[in-house]
Design a protein. Structure first.
Length: 116
């Protein structure tokens, strides 16, 4: 069959649910969904490092959005412990303040990327 794909990541169906409430991801808040998805990404990265000795590059777009302060700190700690290259985007620099001294910061202004 031309123009169709029968194999690939898009064919892997799985579901997530909140372990505390057993609520499926599709019925959970944006913050809860983000926690579930980010946890899955970090768990997969740890598995790649431990089982295959492959260190993945982690790219997260606005990962702190919709998270409360406790979950923001938990995510940042999880990323620090991962010992893998991580690129995070965000429109507000304040939540990333704990990473100063450990990370490089860049700004995008008028289509140009420059160190902050």
């Amino acid at each position: 069959m031309r123009g169709a794909t029968s194999l690939g990541a898009h064919k892997a169906d799985f579901s997530l649910s909140d372990t505390a409430t057993s609520r499926p991801a599709e019925l959970s808040s944006s913050g809860q969904q983000k926690i579930m998805l980010t946890g899955t990404i970090l768990s997969h990265a740890r598995l790649m490092i431990q089982a295959r000795r492959q260190v993945p590059a982690i790219l997260l777009d606005e990962p702190l959005l919709h998270l409360d302060e406790r979950m923001r700190h938990a995510l940042m700690r999880g990323l620090e412990k991962l010992d893998a290259p991580v690129m995070i985007t965000g429109t507000d620099i304040e939540p990333f303040a704990p990473l100063k001294g450990q990370a490089q910061f860049f700004s995008v202004r008028h289509g140009t990327i420059a160190p902050s």
